[in-house]
Design a protein around this ligand. Structure first.
Ligand SMILES: [Zn+2]
Length: 384
């Protein structure tokens, strides 16, 4: 994630500020760096391993509604498994069944869906649970549309999973200590695109309605919060690095800004692959600009979401560059996505490595002086 002033830093700043007011430490005195998030912590206990997640959402852009079916492939971690749990926030659960068609009983309370299995399952078993649900998400999936104040605003839908918001738009294990492959099958209205994680399996246009059904699949196992879906009217720019497709998606009226904003991405991919010693590991890399984004950028696996505010012209480039943001989110594809912390207390590892590799790219592209200057800026920002 990237933002100058996130909710979490705001909380930390608030805590730090109140501490400074009450304790008023003198210069040089140890203020301490711990806060409420520090100390020992343990990951949430899993009872099963999620292997694959298949999403088939039907999106109503006008109503801000999702009617979905999620099929989750599961294998027990412990013997004699009788219950499986899904995080599901403010949803209407319509049905729960095994993929064989057998209906399953369930309890839904306190945003937790407890599925009662029809028999005892064993560690050697693998099975699919199919949940049909409906929701008007207040988080997790965001609906952008024109209104009286902003009549030119485009119709868009975008998701934001970090930290635990995916469970607002599909029932899932919404915690970073499990990894699964995933796929999304979604139909969008004429003229729109759906952009999601992994490889594009198919994009079939209905000759009558003009609707397109997109099928994306991510074959590298990943944690839930990196699942992404974006729908909108988008201009696509294609390039590549060493055979890996790289795509940039912007509003058609914004296509003149693409090169300045994203142009160094292939060079960054080359630099990081060599510096880290692990080749960029996914099927493609997409960057998509959305309206009203709540962060600067979000490193969804193989499909980063960017704020539209990062787009800028030649004049602005003199004072404002976005290479840092682009490098930070790309570096996350290794640090945070390929390697993930088991719990959110260690998210500083994701952010620390992504920020440091952004600096290393600065050194590569602009020299050691610029590297040192930005390192100093980062340090001052942290100390503040
Ligand atoms: Zn980040």
């Amino acid at each position: 994630m990237n933002s100058q002033f996130t909710r979490r830093t705001r909380l930390i700043y608030t805590l730090a500020f109140s501490f400074a007011l009450t304790a008023a430490p003198s210069e040089g005195q140890d203020r301490g760096f711990s806060n409420d998030y520090s100390g020992e912590s343990y990951g949430r206990t899993r009872v099963c391993d999620v292997i694959h997640v298949k999403l088939e959402p039907v999106i109503d852009m006008k109503d801000g509604r999702i009617d979905g079916v999620v099929t989750t492939t599961i294998s027990p971690i412990y013997e004699h498994l009788r219950e499986v749990y899904f995080d599901a926030v403010d949803m209407e659960i319509l049905s729960v069944a095994l993929s064989s068609g057998i209906d399953l009983d369930y309890r839904y309370a306190d945003n937790l869906l407890t599925v009662l299995l029809n028999r005892t399952f064993h560690v050697t078993d693998t099975f699919d649970i199919v949940v049909a649900y409906s929701a008007h998400p207040k988080m997790g999936l965001y609906f952008v549309r024109p209104d009286d104040g902003y009549p030119d605003k485009p119709w868009q839908v975008w998701s934001q999973g970090e930290m635990d918001e995916s469970s607002h738009w599909f029932p899932c294990w919404d915690y970073p200590n499990d990894r699964a492959t995933s796929e999304i099958i979604v139909t969008v209205r004429k003229g729109m695109r759906a952009i999601a994680n992994g490889a594009l399996i198919s994009a079939e246009i209905d000759g009558q309605s003009g609707e397109t059904t997109y099928h994306w699949r991510e074959n590298v196992p990943h944690v839930t919060y990196l699942t992404s879906l974006i729908i909108g009217e988008y201009h696509e720019t294609r390039t590549e690095w060493d055979g890996i497709p790289i795509t940039y998606y912007v509003n058609p009226s914004d296509k003149k800004f693409v090169d300045l904003a994203f142009g160094k991405t292939p060079d960054m991919m080359d630099f990081f692959s060599n510096k880290i010693g692990v080749r960029y590991p996914y099927e493609k890399y997409a960057q998509t600009c959305v309206h009203d984004f709540i962060w600067g950028g979000m490193e969804n696996i193989s499909a980063t979401t960017m704020t539209r505010r990062m787009l800028h012209d030649e004049r602005a480039e003199v004072d404002y560059q976005t290479d840092g943001l682009v490098a930070h989110e790309l570096a996350h594809q290794w640090w945070g996505d390929l390697l993930t912390t088991k719990n959110w207390n260690n998210t500083w590892l994701n952010e620390g490595f992504a920020s440091y590799f952004d600096l290393l790219y600065t050194e590569h592209a602009r020299g050691n002086g610029e590297f040192k200057m930005r390192l100093r800026t980062f340090r001052a920002s942290y100390m503040n």
